[in-house]
Structure formats: structure tokens, C-alpha cells
Design a protein around this ligand. Structure first.
Ligand code: SAM
Ligand code: SF4
Length: 345
């Protein structure tokens, strides 16, 4: 088996968070900001209203919440957003959580980024204990990149990837599969990623938040993409896991790994080990459901860690079995109203 060194061993302890379906929660995703320097068409509307700064948790509050989750068995934290690297002073939180990796309290600290600020932060991230990151790149064509991100400069992202690799950070490329946009480009992107020693994952678009486009036009089932890849490549299913929802294949021709994240065509909820914290301290127990817990109120009411811990337990007791995403012409409304940039991808 190709078990990843950072793969999570499900060891329970008296403080472990076990949901009503027996799943142990060991993975926390933290959206540190809802802001972003890109406006990807499948993620955001062109004119977004962002949260007022006063609603955001301070970095110290985020750190306190993360520590509470670590105390309750979280072994892996992913910082995301919005764009995590545009949050002012974000390295303060990265360094604090990196110390927990060094002390062994946390197994892994990682982040998902659009790469725009990576060349500036790569070495500091590596020094703080970040060993691998996900970088989202949907196309390697500079003009198409500008179109899909509405603002982004591909060359800056590629410089960031160079800097991160130079700093010794492992990279996985995330690409959202978009019909008639990048579907024909995926083989070339995969060769590029694998040629540089990077894993790659393709993601189905999820119906989250109002955007300016029609999601039915963008949606490409990965079962269709996989079929077309199999005309050119030999794909072998492997048991490799990174603690996330991707299912991996090994590509014989490139020697690299390709992951598929298929919330739409194959529901991965049965093995869900994660919860999501927003930058306002709202805890979502499922990416695709609206039920949530307001941890900011608890955090600001009391310094008593036991009260915070009880509020987290109560939230976990409401973790639902799964999501109900559907994209078709009859369901042209988003399944959940909030954008992915709020909950964190
Ligand atoms: N800004 C960072 C980035 O783009 O990597 C982190 C946040 S972004 C919301 C995290 C991931 O979610 C990205 O890989 C992005 O492509 C993906 N994403 C955003 N909206 C999505 C949607 N509606 N369906 C599927 N994936 C989405
Ligand atoms: Fe920003 Fe990431 Fe959303 Fe693109 S996918 S708009 S980079 S948060």
C-alpha cells in the first residue's frame, strides 16, 4: 500500500471527537479570510461583498480555536480561504501552528493557495514547518488563466511554485475540471505536474454560492474525464491517501499520481474526518450543509477552555451523514448559498 507518511492513524482517546456515525474528526480546515486577490469564475462573482473586518476572528482567536481542536484530537490543519496568504500577518498563525508540528501535537500543517503570493512566503512557510501545500492552477495558458481568475497572472503563480519547490515544499496541483475550458488541457497539465515531481488532483465543480455563470455549463463529471484519459494513459487505482477526499490513480506513462475529488458523481462522505472553521468562527460540520455552530460567541464569552470544548462536542454531535449536491437544469440554484471562499475549499 502506498500509505502517505502523514496519513492519519485513527487512534481514539477519551477526548477524541467522534460523530454520531462513528467517524473520528481529526482534520480541521480553517478559512482564515474570505478575501482573495483572484475572482475565479466558478468560485466568486465579479463584484463580491466581503465580510466587515470587525466580524473576523483575530489571529490570536484563530490560534486559540485551533489549539482547542488540537487538544481534542485534530492531527491535521489546512489553512485556506479565500486566499490564505493575503490575510495580514498570516505568518504569525503559521508560525504558532508550526510550533505545534515541531512539538508533535499536530502531525501536519498545510495550506491551499492560489500561489499568487508564494514566491514571497515560500521559504518562511518551509521554515515554519509546512512540508506540503496545494496550489490551485486550472490552466497553463496565460490568457485562459486570466479569463478564469478574472485577475490572475499565471507567471507569478509559476514563480511561486518554483520558489516553494526550491524551499523543499511538496506541491500538489489542484485543477477544477471545467467543461469546454480545460478538459482537453488536463493531459498536458498532468505531464507538466508529474514531470516536476508534483501530484495533481482534479475536482468537480460544486454548487456553492451565487456566481455570474451557469454551473450546468461548467460542470464536467470526472467519470467522463477519466474515461477520456484512459484512452491515452494507463491508470491504476491505488490506496494512497492524504487525509482528504481524493481517490488516487498511478499513471503508468508519467509515473505520477492523479487524484479525483468527486463530490458530485461519487459521494465520499462515508469516510469524512473533517470539519471546517470560517474566519468568523463559524464551524461547519459539512461543506455541503447549512447547519453550523457559532464558536466566536463562545470564544468571546469565556476564557474557560472547558466551555469551548463542550461547545465543540455539541457541534460534532450534529455532524450530518453527508451532503446532497446536485447540478442539473432543474436545480439551477446553489445547493448552499455561501461561497466556497467562505467555508474554505
Ligand atoms: N484561494 C485558494 C485556492 O484557490 O487554492 C484557497 C481557497 S479555494 C476556495 C480552495 C479550492 O476550492 C481551490 O482549489 C478552488 O479551485 C476550489 N473551488 C472553489 N470553488 C469551487 C467550486 N464551486 N467547486 C469546486 N471547487 C471549487
Ligand atoms: Fe480566490 Fe481560490 Fe476562490 Fe479562486 S478559488 S477566487 S483563488 S478563493
Amino acid at each position: 500500500m502506498n500509505a502517505h507518511p502523514g496519513a492519519l492513524a485513527p487512534q481514539t482517546s477519551p477526548t477524541s471527537m467522534i460523530d454520531p456515525f462513528g467517524r473520528m474528526v481529526s482534520y480541521l480546515r480553517v478559512s482564515v479570510t474570505d478575501r482573495c486577490d483572484f475572482r475565479c469564475t466558478y468560485c466568486m462573482a465579479e463584484k463580491m461583498t466581503f465580510l466587515p473586518k470587525k466580524d473576523l476572528l483575530t489571529l490570536e482567536e484563530l490560534e486559540r480555536l485551533c489549539s482547542a481542536f488540537i487538544g481534542k484530537g485534530v492531527k491535521k490543519i489546512r489553512l485556506t480561504g479565500g486566499e490564505p496568504l493575503v490575510r495580514h500577518n498570516i505568518m504569525h498563525l503559521v508560525r504558532a501552528l508550526g510550533d505545534k508540528v515541531r512539538s508533535g501535537e499536530l502531525e501536519e500543517l498545510t495550506l491551499t493557495t492560489n500561489g499568487s503570493q508564494l514566491s514571497r512566503y515560500a521559504s518562511e512557510l518551509a521554515e515554519s514547518g509546512v512540508r506540503r501545500i496545494n496550489v490551485s492552477v486550472d490552466t497553463l495558458d496565460p490568457e485562459k488563466f486570466r479569463t478564469i481568475t478574472r485577475i490572475g497572472d499565471l507567471s507569478k503563480v509559476l514563480e511561486g511554485i518554483d520558489a516553494a519547490q526550491k524551499a523543499g515544499i511538496g506541491i500538489k496541483i489542484n485543477a477544477v475540471a471545467l467543461k469546454d475550458f480545460n478538459d482537453r488541457e488536463i493531459p498536458g497539465m498532468m505531464r507538466w505536474a508529474h514531470g516536476r515531481g508534483m501530484d495533481m488532483t482534479v475536482i468537480e465543480t460544486m454548487p456553492m454560492g451565487e456566481i455570474d455563470e451557469d454551473r450546468t455549463d461548467q460542470y464536467l463529471p470526472l467519470s467522463v474525464l477519466r474515461k477520456s484519459l484512459e484512452e491515452q494513459f494507463t491508470l491504476e487505482d491505488i490506496g494512497f491517501r492524504t487525509g482528504g477526499p481524493a481517490r488516487y490513480v498511478k499513471v503508468a506513462e508519467t509515473g505520477g499520481r492523479l487524484g479525483f475529488i468527486t463530490p458530485m458523481t461519487h459521494n465520499f462522505c462515508e469516510s469524512c474526518n473533517r470539519v471546517r472553521l470560517t474566519c468568523t468562527g463559524t464551524l461547519y460540520m459539512c461543506l455541503g450543509q447549512n447547519d453550523a455552530a457559532d464558536l466566536r460567541a463562545v470564544l468571546r464569552q469565556t476564557d474557560d477552555e472547558a466551555v469551548l470544548s463542550a461547545a465543540i462536542d455539541e457541534a460534532i454531535s450534529r455532524k450530518p451523514k453527508g451532503h446532497d449536491f446536485i447540478i442539473d437544469r432543474q436545480h439551477n440554484r446553489p445547493a448552499v448559498a455561501r461561497h466556497m471562499s467562505v467555508t474554505g475549499g
